[in-house]
Unconditional design. Structure first.
Length: 255
């Protein structure tokens, strides 16, 4: 997958200026253990929560980082259903640094909102974090005057110096994001997050993401990875044929 991403980047088809990260649930093929049958047929599947599944579901989560301009996947990770989205930002930052992808903006929904993630994206990812604010967490606590003082500075520069404490820096970064999302320019950028939702819809509709008969985390990961690879291969084929507009739809070749 990384080789395909590198090829598309070398062709100028992937610029990775704005990336969006999101997750989608994948139900386990086998039923969960019951009182009568306590042995799990899928040893890795766990219970998790998803609004799209109407609450609790049993299975896995596919996390995918997508380029918002093309709607193509950059990296994917599969976890068990009980892993919080908030814990997935650091692994993706590590992967982005490994393949030397450094976007200007990284967009996420409120499931990823935490002060730690704002700091990770800015200081380790080298990008401006646009994360939907989770209102249930309330406002960042601390020295309000000091936070507001350095918030203006964080608008101008990506990171703040280490002269400020770790705790204060992450509060400031989250506060800056909250202000940005109330401005028209950044609202328009944040709307690009729809690219990752459309990508998941394509996986489910065209690649039958949820239609599988596998068990185990490794096998589910292979299932998701192969589907991501298929879309990247499709993009290269379309580029070779001179029809880049067809790269988002397998149905184009079925007609």
């Amino acid at each position: 997958m990384r080789g395909l991403v590198a090829e598309l980047r070398s062709r100028g088809r992937l610029r990775c200026r704005t990336l969006a990260l999101d997750s989608t649930p994948i139900k386990a093929y086998y039923r969960p253990p019951t009182k009568k049958d306590k042995v799990a047929k899928d040893p890795d599947a766990t219970w998790g929560y998803s609004k799209s599944k109407g609450g609790k579901f049993y299975g896995y989560k596919a996390q995918v980082m997508v380029d918002t301009e093309t709607g193509l996947p950059i990296e994917c990770i599969v976890t068990t259903a009980n892993v919080s989205d908030q814990k997935m930002v650091r692994p993706f930052i590590n992967l982005m640094n490994k393949i030397e992808v450094h976007p200007k903006y990284t967009i996420l929904d409120k499931g990823y909102d935490s002060e730690d993630n704002h700091l990770e994206i800015r200081e380790r990812g080298g990008a401006i974090a646009l994360i939907a604010i989770n209102r249930r967490k309330g406002k960042s606590k601390g020295d309000t005057k000091l936070i507001e003082k350095y918030t203006k500075k964080a608008f101008i520069q990506l990171t703040l110096g280490e002269a400020l404490s770790y705790k204060l820096r992450k509060k400031i970064y989250r506060r800056v994001c909250e202000i940005m999302l109330n401005k028209r320019k950044y609202k328009l950028i944040f709307k690009k997050r729809g690219a990752v939702e459309r990508y998941f819809a394509s996986l489910k509709r065209q690649m039958h993401l949820e239609d599988h008969r596998m068990k185990g985390l490794k096998n589910i990961y292979k299932h998701v990875l192969l589907q991501c690879i298929a879309f990247l291969c499709l993009s290269i084929v379309c580029d070779n044929l001179g029809i880049p507009e067809a790269c988002k739809s397998l149905s184009f070749f079925q007609n």
